[in-house]
Design a protein around this ligand. Structure first.
Ligand code: SF4
Ligand code: SF4
Length: 294
């Protein structure tokens, strides 16, 4: 679909979610390849956004549903929403709107779309040894990714799980995992395993940064996710090389946590709700002032 948003060309690959504000203007130039898209927009969108020459071009089979990204439970009752996108994964049972928000939306007949089921890859890239052991010793043999997805599709309130895939192998894995997906499939023992996995992740005390970069750019030059990455690596690997990366690469280029003035701009953008300025202070303290030991 050939599109312009506010005068700039944009591309949307299906399935996609396009978030628009009341001031946005969207123009559709070609009707080829128009396929099912879900649009997330302000309730007054149709009264305020201008579809330039769009009417004749829009596919008649195109179904536009009104949805929202659900960050606060209260907003559910503000409109007759048809879809709610919710961030949820085994680590974030009560983060953002959590399972409670999921059930609240589903109870009102709203289809729920789960985003970040693997927390942007964080869950698979920062696996504590204890988690590997737990999974290896469990009688039912499943990968961590499968347990993460299973925990989600076990809940009848979940309509769709969005899983970002970057290669064919991941696609094949996901197809295998979801082949037998059904709600209420987990036993009490399975739930207990998830609880232990969660505890093992939490005991690692790493920063739940997914590297999405929504917090960037920092007006003071702090490369926020690049600062968090070696810290998490240190917590995982216990290698002082990560401290050197911070001290010898990030600090000399004025992109370390020491440049932060705690303005709080970044914090408002972080979908993980991380208290970025105070975490940066902690990272700097641990990497520079406190002697890290193996
Ligand atoms: S709080 Fe710190 S890291 Fe965040 S935008 Fe402000 S200066 Fe940058
Ligand atoms: S917005 Fe939050 S999760 Fe995303 S990169 Fe920044 S700190 Fe990490």
């Amino acid at each position: 679909m050939n599109l312009q948003l506010n005068g700039y060309p944009i591309k949307i690959a299906a399935p996609s979610i396009l978030c628009l504000s009341m001031e946005d203007t969207i123009q559709v130039y070609e009707k080829q390849n128009v396929s099912a898209q879900s649009f997330c927009f302000h309730p007054d969108f149709f009264n305020t956004a201008h579809f330039s020459e769009a009417q004749g071009y829009m596919s008649t089979s195109l179904k536009i549903e009104i949805g929202l990204s659900l960050y606060f439970k209260d907003i559910v009752d503000s409109f007759d929403w048809e879809m709610a996108q919710i961030q949820l994964n085994i680590l974030g049972e009560s983060q953002q709107v959590g399972v409670e928000g999921l059930k609240y939306a589903a109870d009102r007949g709203i289809a729920t779309v789960i985003m970040e089921p693997l927390r942007g890859g964080y869950l698979l890239n920062n696996v504590p040894r204890e988690v590997t052991e737990l999974i290896r010793n469990y009688p039912e043999k499943r990968s961590l990714a499968e347990w993460c997805f299973r925990w989600l599709y076990n809940m009848p309130e979940v309509s769709v799980i969005l899983s970002g895939m970057s290669n064919l192998e991941q696609l094949k894995d996901n197809l295998k995992i979801f082949q037998y997906a059904e709600p209420n499939c987990m036993s009490d023992e399975d739930e207990n395993l998830i609880l232990k996995i969660r505890e093992a992740f939490e005991s690692q005390k790493s920063i739940g940064c997914t590297g999405c970069r929504y917090c960037m750019p920092c007006p003071h030059g702090v490369k926020i996710p690049d600062v968090f990455k070696p810290y998490n690596s240190y917590k995982f690997m216990k290698s002082n090389n990560d401290r050197y990366v911070y001290q010898r690469v990030l600090m000399p280029s004025n992109s370390g946590a020491d440049q932060c003035v705690s303005c709080g701009i970044c914090e408002k953008q972080c979908p993980q709700g991380l208290k970025i300025p105070s975490i940066l202070q902690q990272v700097h303290y641990e990497f520079v002032e406190k002697r890290l030991t193996r």
